[in-house]
Design a protein around this ligand. Sequence first.
Ligand code: FBT
Ligand code: ZN
Length: 260
Amino acid sequence: GNQWGYGKDDGPSAWNKNYPVADGDRQSPIDILPHQARHDPNLGPIVLNYDRCTSINIANNGHSVVVEFEDSDDRSVIQGGPLDNPYRLKQFHFHWGGKGCHGSEHTVEGNGYASELHLVHWNAVKFKTFGEAASTPDGLAVLGIFLETGDEHRWLHMITDALYTVKFKGSVTDFKGFNPKCLLPSSLHYWTYLGSLTTPPLHESVIWIVVKEPMIVSEKQLGKFRTLVFTGEEEDERTRMENNFRPPQLLKGRTVRSSN
Ligand SMILES: NS(=O)(=O)c1c(F)cccc1F
Ligand SMILES: [Zn+2]
């Protein structure tokens, strides 16, 4: 099948073999150069209505740890900013590095962060299903939040305390009542640009909204993500899940706008 990963032979430099769009004109992530971003006064604030969000489960999909949400109605949406419609929250997941090295996907002036949280939303006004939205330009809106190491994050333990239940690829456990609003930094000032999924199939369907202010988490909390493994419980090898990030891709003439 189309198995891909983050190793030497199946990693980002090999993805274009099975997914030629990897060499496309609007690939993600990118290196963000704040001084070259165009400040757009028409870019309003991002508005998150997550108060009635319904988390369902937490899973290890062999590439990351993902928390899925009920998305059969508009109970949790993102709107405003560059978005013309409300986009429904579908899932969130993380990308991270190895001990002490960088693991974010987007970089800022060449500097990576320890990790990056992606909150994935889809345009249910224009599309019937997530899959349809994910394969059509601007069907998705992903909110990216950098994680920087420092003091312990007061709410991230709700995620890290559950990671031992999804150590192996293919494990899924109940994860109800979690509202990701508790993870967000105080300011939602952002950069925005048109890009893609950062994992295969790399569809060029994403309106990216990258928040400028990182959330602060402790090295201990981040270390718990590295107790996950890419491999299934039945497999012999136990390959530690880390460095599950795609490096920055060419801008190819795109404009990055700044909310302010
Ligand atoms: N990394 S990402 O946020 O681009 C992403 C998506 F948007 C959707 C599915 C998987 C995935 F990894
Ligand atoms: Zn992601």
